[in-house]
Design a protein around this ligand. Sequence first.
Ligand SMILES: Nc1nc2c(ncn2[C@@H]2O[C@H](COP(=O)(O)OP(=O)(O)OP(=O)(O)O)[C@@H](O)[C@H]2O)c(=O)[nH]1
Ligand SMILES: [Mg+2]
Length: 432
Amino acid sequence: MIDQFAGDREPVAVILAGIKDDRSRQNSRQPILTADQSMEELAQLARTLGWEPRGTVLQERDAPDPQTYLGKGKARELADLVFSQEASFVIIDGALSPAQARNLEELTGVPAMDRAELILRIFASRAMTREGKLQVELAATRHRLSRLAGYGTEMSGLGGGIGTRGPGEQKIEVDRRLLRDKIAKLNRELRKVQQVRTEQRKKRKQSGIPVVSLVGYTNAGKSTLFNALTEEESYSDDRLFATLDPWVRKWELPSGQVILLVDTVGFIQGLPHELVAAFRSTLEESVDADVIIHVIDTSSSVWEQQMSTVEGVLSDLGVSERPRINCFNKIDLVSPDLAVAILRENRPSVAVSALKRAGLAELTDAVVRLLSETRTTVTWFIPYSAYDTVYEIRRLGSVFEERPQEDGVWITCALSPADARRIRKKLGVEES
Ligand SMILES: Nc1nc2c(ncn2[C@@H]2O[C@H](COP(=O)(O)OP(=O)(O)OP(=O)(O)O)[C@@H](O)[C@H]2O)c(=O)[nH]1
Ligand SMILES: [Mg+2]
């Protein structure tokens, strides 16, 4: 792409705009950042793509204007700013309807995109594996289709009587069909790729190697921690969303025990729901771990909000009860007093600096402790008369060895302490 050779050329200038509707924000479940904080995050997202935010227009109003998102006067102000700053894009911190996007483009003379489109672009530029690329393309296509749906209703409102279909509407119908076909095709391809992944995951489970995953808000420092713990290089960057595809690596504990560490894509507020859907399977896999390490950027002024966004996603995925460590990262950037207070209020937790490699031993200890609580290895003799228990064990835990005898089978397996207790009682066996 030409942009790569930009060298001494001016960076792409953008203007950000949004509405300040803090009251409706507080009432809705999702957005927990204030309008200003959300706008600052939007600026950081734009910088992720190498763009330069050169101005912001924030208007106080209860709801977006149906025609131009901002009110008429503010929209004109936006147009002036675009002109004086020679901006190439307008980015809206919200969701634009097709009509709003078109009207804003007409007013300002440059394309207008919304938060979802910006995030989609970032994901597209970060996707590395085949699955990641397919997921982003699927999400972008779904997003385009949902916008076309808007066009349809708008046009029928303007059009003649019921039953008349203008040429524009027919074209939209064709476009819609093309997009639907594409979505079906992408879904088919994705399913094939995911079958391979499911196989790998099954093998991993059968191996009985414990899995620990790093989750957290974007930019929290997951990849830096991942590298620090596994002492190898993976792509870490100052920009948001440096990691798109989960990454699995061996992590050897001081005891010599080997576990698998999974790095994941960062969560973010207002992730377009097309993207959440597309990444669900990836996320599900990465949170299907024995222990979850929730990495928090303690130096962020909004770490508490980021933390609850992540907790919300974890509970949506049904894993809020999974053994978890809150890992307060970037502790080198905050005052020791604050660090102590945070740790006291958020137990169980550890404080680390992934960058300075501080506190990693404490984190490792915490992981070892939780892992030993999550699985116990037992060896039992199960008579053939109770063979259904063997099926139960295979389903619940990892079987390391089965030695068939004349009247039953010796089985060595790892189970959660609760399952182990229950089955032990059922079998009436002694402590092994
Ligand atoms: N000062 C300081 N900076 C850190 C620390 N850990 C990470 N960083 C910096 O924070 C930025 C983001 O780190 P990443 O490891 O890429 O963050 P991430 O959570 O993987 O981000 P995504 O993959 O985008 O979700 C990088 O510039 C890191 O150098 C830390 O302990 N202290
Ligand atoms: Mg990362």
